[in-house]
Design a protein. Structure first.
Length: 85
């Protein structure tokens, strides 16, 4: 399984749209052998898009457990000061 990054989504959409156009052209021109290969590519592209959308949705629905980050802790920790001389 190839991992797809969220930044690649626009390119996958472009590929899907191009495949749809090519399938329509192949149907119009009667290129039956070509249609099967294009349909297979379209199926794989749509699967990748679905996986990517699910991955994005999981990240957006993350639950905040209230665990402070290092920056939160560091911001609350007083710094040592030198006593006046």
């Amino acid at each position: 399984m190839v991992i797809v990054q969220a930044t690649e989504r626009p390119r996958l959409v472009e590929i899907r749209d191009n495949l749809l156009s090519r399938i329509l052209e192949a149907e119009r021109e009667g290129w039956l052998d070509e249609i099967e290969g294009l349909q297979s590519s379209l199926t794989h592209t749509e699967e990748k898009l679905a996986q990517l959308d699910a991955q994005i949705a999981r990240k957006q629905t993350a639950v905040d457990l209230g665990i402070p980050t290092f920056r939160d802790i560091a911001a609350r920790t007083p710094t040592a000061t030198r006593p006046p001389e």
